[in-house]
Design a protein around this ligand. Structure first.
Ligand code: ADP
Ligand code: MG
Length: 635
């Protein structure tokens, strides 16, 4: 039996703690941690002064024997193992995060690792000397290093972090990121889209409004996002990109060119290819500030090959790759129904946008110089740190960025197939709301809780999200149990609903993902429907409510008649009440609200004296065996 409502929604709960927080950019190539200190957002370096932590993890045999994290080598130190021990040195694990083995095989990247299918879970594992490692575990090992670095710098434990993810990450990839954080013993305040973080770092959220393009070319991914700032809310108007395009591809084309120049065979040893890639990367980075880059390679036959890469040769090699980023930019604009002229600001993100050639081409396309003041490889971490600081409660509430709102109202089914909205649409998240319900029938020991989403008044017109039951309610008279139902939506849009019976504390709960599988078009349709049907819905609601009230009266009266009707009522009274009850039963089936209302009123009138007699008897029973002063004493 569904719920019977008794009170209005409570106030928002879940206050934020005031404490140390950090922003983490968990990148494909490099990861960073940043925090706000003395009002300034800064990334934290390691002891050697490196801010970027290469997202590379090396597992050695020592890592199995000793259960210590520092036997797992992460970052620059792990990089040197990439050549000599590639099978146990995991790089670019972000590409594998939240992916199945099939997806990984279609990634099109040559991966040296040995994958093992993880039966049942679908999560592939990588075989290393330290045992099987899932991409989630490898990511957790990176996060642990960043956590330690931040806690050492800040001199205390982190209460929470904001971790950034690419805008195109799906549910599984986002969940895998959160799982990695949990494994690293981090409390995730929110997952934040990387482009939004970059916009925040440039303070674009402080403007009144605007449309911004965030161009992110990192090591392994390209992501273009069109964000619209409107009334303090960042709306992602469109995203496009290429999840297999980045600085790595630039390294590869340069390496291939060197192979041709130095006559290195295509089937060269793995270590030779790795060395070529390293040389290529150094040359590329040099060319961001110099006109030519020297090339030095020790070939497998012992000969030292020397060459040079010039700007013009370099541009010839990389222009097609840069050009590959332009068509997603066009697509994103088209999806957002915009033209280049509508864009107010262009923000550069990712180490590859340090390349002057990229800045030039992107500036040409958008017809305005892009923002480059903040290091493009730090900008995401900095934005995440700013957001973490706010979410951790270190800022006044009005600084809160309204990043995410609930697209459709969330509620539950109440008696009569009606929807009681608990969290209205457009509420910003995270949010928690509680409402009280009660039992409908005497002795009711279970309650069905049906969670729905939508704007309509009738359950059948809304989207069903989940059902669960609260069992073990102690048998009580109808309407005397107090059941608190709490809806909580976390910063990632995950909804959990819990129900607790107050006297016994019996508890039940469920977690659902309300936006899962919901397209913008679905949301539009559901909103349109609710507007079109508003009058009909209100009428239906009034009727259903009257029918529920009729049921309640009928149930209560039947129970009373069964208990003492023959004893307390004269025969003609009994007949009169029975007739009125039958009349109510009859009109209740129709759709005449006033008729039901009148029948209830009539029944109420003719049962008043009966109710009085019942009350007297109850008091008499209650007082039997007690002294009268127990009842009169003030206490
Ligand atoms: P991700 O977001 O994928 O982790 P980053 O934003 O850290 O990656 O970008 C890493 C990429 O940036 C690498 O391919 C690296 O070679 C490239 N990169 C870093 N510095 C420069 C530079 N000065 N010139 C050109 N490319 C650079
Ligand atoms: Mg990045």
């Amino acid at each position: 039996m569904p719920l019977l409502q008794i009170s209005e929604p409570g106030k928002s709960a879940a206050p934020h703690q005031h404490n140390l927080a950090a922003g983490i950019d968990l990148g494909t190539t490099n990861s960073l941690v940043a925090s706000i200190r003395s009002g300034i957002a800064e990334t934290f370096p390691d002891i050697e002064g490196h801010h970027l932590l290469p997202s590379i993890v090396h597992y050695s045999e020592m890592a199995i024997t000793k259960v210590r994290d520092d036997e797992i080598i992460v970052g620059n130190a792990a990089k040197s193992f990439a050549n000599q021990d590639p099978l146990n040195t995991i790089a670019s694990v972000k590409r594998l995060l939240g992916r199945g083995l099939k997806d990984i095989k279609t990634l099109g990247t040559r991966l040296p690792y040995e994958f093992v299918e993880n039966e049942g879970q679908g999560m592939p594992m990588i075989r290393t000397v330290a045992g099987l490692k899932s991409p989630v575990q490898v990511s957790a090992d990176i996060l642990k290093v960043l956590k330690k670095r931040a806690e050492k710098t800040l001199g205390g434990e982190l209460t929470g972090v904001v971790i950034t993810v690419p805008a195109y990450f799906d549910d599984a990839q986002r969940q895998a990121t959160k799982d990695a954080a949990t494994l690293a013993d981090l409390n995730v305040l929110r997952l934040l889209n990387e482009p939004t973080a970059a916009a925040v770092a440039y303070g674009l959220d402080k403007g009144a409004s605007g449309i911004h393009a965030i161009y992110d070319l990192g090591g392994g991914t390209f992501d273009i996002s069109i964000l619209r700032l409107h009334h303090g809310v960042f709306e992602v108007m469109a995203t496009a990109g290429d999840s297999a395009l980045g600085g790595d591809d630039i390294d590869r084309v340069i390496a291939q060119w060197i192979m041709q120049q130095a006559h290195i065979a295509n089937d060269a040893e793995h270590h030779q290819i790795r060395e070529l890639l390293d040389v290529a990367r150094t040359a590329k980075e040099t060319l961001s500030t110099q006109n030519t880059a020297p090339l030095n390679i020790k070939l497998d036959n012992g000969i030292q090959w020397q060459g040079e890469l010039t700007h013009s040769q370099f541009h010839e090699l990389i222009d097609p790759l840069i050009q590959k980023t332009i068509s997603p930019c066009r697509r994103a604009l088209r999806d957002a129904r915009l033209t280049v002229a509508d864009i107010n600001e262009v923000v550069m993100v990712g180490g590859t946008t340090r390349m002057p050639r990229v800045r030039e081409k992107v500036g040409d396309f958008f017809q305005r110089p892009p923002h480059i003041d903040i290091d493009p490889d730090k900008v995401v971490a900095i934005g995440a740190a700013i957001q973490a600081d706010i979410l951790a409660g270190n800022k006044p509430d009005d600084d809160m960025l309204l990043l995410d709102v609930i697209p459709l109202s969330l509620g539950i089914e109440t008696m009569g197939g009606l929807v009681e909205k608990i969290i209205p649409r457009n509420t910003t998240i995270p949010v928690a709301k509680t409402q009280e319900f009660t039992t409908f029938k005497d002795g009711q020991t279970a309650m069905a809780i049906h969670v729905v989403q939508g704007e309509r008044e009738i359950v059948l017109d809304c989207r069903s999200l989940a059902r669960f039951e609260l069992r073990g309610i102690p048998p009580m008279v109808a309407a005397s149990a107090r059941i608190r139902v709490t809806f909580q939506v976390d910063a990632d849009g995950l909804l959990s609903v819990s129900a607790t019976e107050e006297t016994t504390g019996v508890h039940s709960e469920i977690t659902v993902k309300p936006s899962y599988g919901l397209q913008d078009t679905d949301i539009e349709r559901m909103l349109r429907d609710s507007l079109e049907h508003v009058q009909k819905d209100v009428a239906t609601r009034t009727l259903r409510e009257q029918q529920v009230e009729a049921d309640r009266v009928i149930n209560a009266l039947r129970a009373a008649l069964k208990a003492d009707g023959h004893h307390l009522l004269k025969h003609h009274e009994f007949l009169e009440i029975s007739a009125a009850l039958d009349e109510l039963l009859r009109v209740k089936e129709g759709n005449h609200v006033q008729a039901i209302k009148r029948a209830i009123e009539h029944l109420d009138e003719i049962t008043q004296s009966y109710a009085q007699r019942r009350m007297d008897t109850a008091i008499h029973h209650a007082m039997t065996g007690h002294r009268i002063d127990e009842f009169t004493q003030e206490n």
